[in-house]
Design a protein around this ligand. Sequence first.
Ligand code: ARG
Length: 574
Amino acid sequence: MKAVKATIAKALQPVTGLDEDTLVQMLEYPPNPELGDLALPCFKLAKTLRKNPAEIAQTLADVLVQSPAVTAASPAGGFLNISLARLPFATEVVNLAAVDTHALFSSDRNKGHKAAVDYSSPNIAKPFGVGHLRSTIIGESIVRLMREDGYEVVGINHLGDWGTQFGKTIAAYLKWGDEATVRADPVRELFKLYVRFHEEAERDPALEDEGRYWFKQLEDGNQQAVSLWQWFIDESLKAFKETYALLNVSFDHYLGESFYNDKMDAVVEELLADKLLVEDEGAEVVDLSAYDMPPCIIKKSDGTSIYATRDLAAAEYRHDKLGADTLIYVVGGEQRLHFQQLFKVLELMGKPYASRAQHVSFGMMKFNGARLSTRRGHVVYLEDVLAKAIDEAQKIIEEKNPNLADKDAVATSVGVGAVVFNDLKTYRIHDVDFRYEDVLNFDGETGPYVQYTHARACSVLRKSNDAKATMRLDTSAQGDDEGESALNDSEWALVLQLAQANEALNRAVDEYDPSVMARYTLQLCHAFNRFYHHNPILQSESAQRTRRLAMTLATRNVLARALYLIGMDAPKEM
Ligand code: ARG
């Protein structure tokens, strides 16, 4: 779509005096396809051009009809509605996508930039909450989208593997823990110990001292404390990695908070040299009152460093050692202030990358309409959610397609995809509601619906028995005369959707919002299913058959890539 928009902008540039980029930005998709394929809101030009919108639209229409890319340009209600020449446009779009799954997406707008994307980042010895679930799903998609859009990306899991909770967990483990139980189910077991510690500490406050004692031991390198800590981490990571594998999530680096233990003194020295550190009730802080923010605490009164200090060290590391110039943090909204403070301190330190740091926050996840509290053990475990979704998917497949080969693998793809899609189709910043019946409904706007559409396209291609290399649009073979009538409305609507892949990608990246891509995927599926129901494909005449197969192949390719970009599998049969 970009290319044809640029062609139109080029033609209109001399008459409007506006630069081409501005014109490209102004072109809209009319709400009703009968109006045309693109529209230019001429009323927005009335002021600069000192003419009335209808006059402007007429002048521009006269210019545009000269362009071979355009078949009609008509003024209407302050707009200039534009219809494109269908066949040449379709030929270009469909043939590109038929050869290469990336072709309609990939973009090198961000070439030369390297982004560090911090996501998932659960806390060990604390629950893997639904916030971490959303961060994992959204973050993985953002990594893939940014790569497709030209960025070099490193995905980082900033594990919460340090802090006072370890003192508590060690104390609790030594009192009530048991090796085999932890080994069998580390995440749940460590969380149980954590909950029990808090319950008992309400009755017996001395326990808190014990927790503090063990954290101090850990910081001082006490052998027993360190090896228990390491063991908790190893076991928890093993469990997390199983879930990550199910979700097809992989990180370039696991760099937890503890990694920065020996890198924080340098940060403190730098802050001192920059004269940014002041004392505040015994703690060392960066005063941010000039920016209407509470102070950013660098060192607590007992000398221990905190979350923010580690994040400063981590930002330095990502820039200096990993070469990132763009820092992305996919973290829930409750840490908004933390990131505002962090970015402000980086800016005060004169870090050039401070202006390219971004907190990508997101809404809550509710189950059947209710929010969950992680206190008192009300946790929904990600692996349970996925296991149940896979189970339900298995039942549905058993019912719909009992003879399917690879039923287990497909059930996994569908179950996991249902959870992922349900999350990503919602605007990132909105709350997500989760109901198994809804997320697995094949007829709704769901993961299974999208995957099923892809499988349907694969099935058509399989049944054709044609070689993929022959599935192309050919303008000359179909003759110019019947050229325009050759593409009917449902075919054309599909081509227009295919052509918008790149714009969806760019917008998803600019807004750091995978929901743009998820919703694009739905639009493409709707257009393909309409095309499929309105047009015989395998039964049609030879030129039409080839064309429709080419369009099916192009759709399959774009859909498979779109699914990849939102972190979903694309089974060929289901
Ligand atoms: N572990 C943190 C939490 O669960 C999230 C870490 C986010 N990343 C960061 N660099 N602070 O609250």
